[in-house]
Design a protein around this ligand. Structure first.
Ligand SMILES: Cc1cc2nc3c(=O)[nH]c(=O)nc-3n(C[C@H](O)[C@H](O)[C@H](O)COP(=O)(O)OP(=O)(O)OC[C@H]3O[C@@H](n4cnc5c(N)ncnc54)[C@H](O)[C@@H]3O)c2cc1C
Length: 641
């Protein structure tokens, strides 16, 4: 970190390497400067860490408080009524709601949610930051810059003395390495403390890495003006510069357009560059006894890898038995359409998950690179987990009903994945599906946290295309929880936008079974929007062959085809429309119709869908003050690239 003899860090630091500036005269001002620099370079990174730790603790307390409020305000399943059954006097629809200060706490919480998560900063077409993310970003930059440049006036009164801020930039940056590393891991301690899943924290991982990168350039660049040329020949300076060069390459390949276009290049460059940064950074910093900031990064990274490796072995150990039986574990892959694959795997012993969680899949025969793993959302529900520890007579029924229905049993018993075909790994997988082959799959997971919807009176699920893997499992999960009296949900709305009407088939059997056995206390509405133009007659013709009695309607209500698969589309709860959904109107309708309580909207689709939902749910404070619902929005997106 320190490139000049006048700025050795502490009393224990090594003697000035040859080639550095000549030792200063022992004037009192110089000694005072040195003592101050040493003391501050030690204190400021520690203060920064106290701030970060306090902020993490604050988030954890807020999450706990919000969970506690949700429990307190939640009705019991027996108090909750299906909207259609609610007596007239109970109804608090938009027209009949009255203002009351009693609703003030709820209005305040709603206001906070709107401001923090639904007000957004749009950067270009596809980049959106919410106020919470902007706040964290600005807070982090301001905090680090303050500690970097505060008290940099030297004993002779010269402001912004580079001897002060250059070294401090190095130590502050080094002190942030463990944070950046932890935020980038899948088994993330910060995720467990705050309840924010690893993929959402990935934004903060990238943001903190970029701020640290700037600090390192301040450290290295600042030295240019104050070091003798010979300094740059020193081995520890060279390793530092190598680390900085690696960091620069990493920042360039991490830029969104590159990451999105050539993800594999990004992935492997990231791995190699991080190794160089950490090793170079460690040896450079350790020269001045600051290595203690860097080695924990190896530990955090190693621990994450060890946990992932242990999980892969544990969940896939039957494969490693090398018996002929292991072939039976292979996954079935079906090509549902040229752009969509369904994969199902036997549930490994002891593998449990909650709706919406993700698993990483490795398929050695499909992968282009060793150790390649891809995340996919588990589209099925884990009936073992859903029902664990619950003792109600309904349990036996549920398990029996679904295991009897063999064609849909995978959605309750196995791991099902709905995979959108892209360019790399998924394209090769589609090729295998086309040939009807099976594949060996090693699984690691589950990851992420499912939104807790048990206390929501109305649950709205919105998906675009492959986002249905998230909302389908959530839909099945909510119904199971209502059945076992764990959820108070009385209205469940499932909105799915697809390009082609034939895509309905991907999930039609699972939805049909779910509707067949749905508990009577929930009002269900399934609205499927087909965005293909009317001219796409081939698709409509294909759909037509599924059934005879029912029609597909355009969004203005006119029939565009008589075309329902006999089972799913025979339910009155199911509507298929042509055109894009007016999500704004649909959501406003749900908010208006909601009789107080909690309404949650869970979205998994394109940035565009998420954007419309955020805007639509900027519910005015007056709605909550008049006894409107407490509105919660969960946005999931596939891919943080
Ligand atoms: C938490 C999470 C859940 C997901 N769930 C689903 C799902 O249920 N169904 C689905 O179809 N897709 C899902 N995805 C996206 C899926 O992981 C990628 O589409 C897939 O990895 C693309 O592989 P490819 O080699 O064909 O991609 P390419 O064509 O090479 O690249 C396409 C894009 O996929 C992303 N990508 C590629 N490899 C990876 C990787 N190893 N990890 C993360 N992103 C990658 C990059 O953004 C890249 O721009 C999910 C992603 C995440 C992060």
């Amino acid at each position: 970190m320190s490139l000049s003899a006048t700025s050795s860090f502490n009393a224990n630091s090594v003697s000035a390497p040859s080639g550095l500036a000549p030792p200063p005269s022992g004037s009192p001002a110089v000694s005072l400067d040195k003592a101050l620099r040493i003391a501050r370079a030690k204190a400021y990174p520690e203060q920064m860490w106290w701030l970060i730790a306090s902020f993490i603790a604050f988030i954890a307390i807020c999450q706990a408080f919000s969970w506690f409020c949700m429990k307190l305000s939640s009705r019991s399943p027996s108090q909750s009524k299906k909207p259609a059954d609610a007596e007239v006097g109970d109804s608090r629809s938009a027209a009949s709601r009255r203002f009351s200060w009693r609703h003030f706490p709820s209005a305040l919480i709603n206001l906070y949610r709107v401001v923090a998560f639904r007000w957004t900063l749009e950067i270009g077409q596809s980049y959106t930051l919410n106020v919470a993310e902007v706040f964290v970003t600005c807070g982090y930059i301001v905090a680090l810059s303050t500690w970097e440049f505060v008290n940099t006036t030297n004993a002779e009164g010269v402001k912004f003395d580079p001897q002060y801020w250059t070294n401090r930039a190095g130590v502050l940056a080094a002190s942030q390495f463990p944070l950046v590393t932890a935020l980038g891991t899948k088994n993330n301690v910060i995720a467990y403390i705050t309840g924010i899943s690893y993929d959402k924290l990935n934004y903060i991982h990238r943001m903190t890495a970029r701020v640290v990168f700037v600090l390192l350039w301040v450290h290295g660049g600042g030295k240019v003006g104050i070091c003798f040329p010979a300094v740059w020949e020193e081995w520890f300076v060279r390793v530092g510069l190598t680390a900085l060069t690696a960091f620069t390459i990493l920042i360039l390949v991490s830029l969104r357009p590159i990451r999105a276009q050539v993800y594999e290049l990004f992935y492997f460059t990231h791995f190699i560059m991080v190794l160089i940064i950490l090793l170079g950074g460690y040896f450079h910093a350790n020269m001045f006894h600051q290595g203690t900031y860097i080695w924990p990064s190896f530990l955090i990274w190693g621990l994450d890898r060890a946990i992932r490796f242990a999980r892969v072995i544990y969940y896939n150990h039957l494969y490693f038995g090398f018996t002929s039986k292991s072939d039976r574990l292979d996954a079935s892959v079906e090509l549902l359409s040229p752009h969509f694959v369904r994969l199902h795997i036997h549930r490994p012993p002891h593998f449990s998950w909650t709706p919406g969680q993700t698993a990483f899949l490795a398929m050695p025969s499909v992968s282009g690179m060793p150790l390649e793993m891809h995340p996919f959302t588990i589209a099925s529900v884990d009936s073992h987990y859903q029902l664990a520890g619950v003792k109600t007579p309904a349990i036996g029924d549920i398990e029996k009903k679904f295991s009897d229905a063999l064609d849909v049993a995978p959605y309750w018993k196995e791991l099902v994945f709905l995979i959108n075909v892209r360019e790399g790994f998924t394209k090769r997988l589609a090729g295998i599906a086309e040939n009807g082959k099976k594949v060996k799959v090693l699984i690691d997971g589950p990851y992420g946290f499912s939104p807790n919807l048990d206390h929501d009176d109305t649950v709205v699920l919105i998906a675009g295309g492959s986002g249905v893997s998230f909302t389908l499992s959530t839909f099945l999960g909510v119904l199971s929880h209502v059945q076992i009296k764990k959820s108070i949900c009385r209205k469940l709305v499932f909105i799915w936008t697809i390009r082609d009407a034939t895509h309905i088939e991907w999930v039609s059997k699972a939805l049909t079974k779910a509707l067949e056995f749905a508990p009577s206390e929930v009002e269900i509405a399934i609205r499927i929007y087909v965005t293909a133009h009317n001219s796409d007659v081939d698709a409509l013709r294909q759909v037509k062959s599924w059934g005879e009695d029912d029609s597909i309607h355009s969004s203005d209500g006119t029939a565009v085809g008589r075309s329902r698969p006999p089972s799913l589309l025979n339910f009155s709860a199911v509507q298929v429309m042509q055109g894009r959904p007016d999500l704004r109107a649909l959501l406003h309708e749900e908010v208006a119709a909601s009789s107080g309580g909690r309404l949650s909207v869970t979205v998994c689709g394109s940035q565009g869908i998420a954007r419309v939902c955020r805007k639509a749910l900027r519910v005015p404070v007056s709605t909550a003050l008049h006894g409107g619902p407490s509105v919660v929005l969960h946005v999931e997106s596939f891919g943080y690239a």
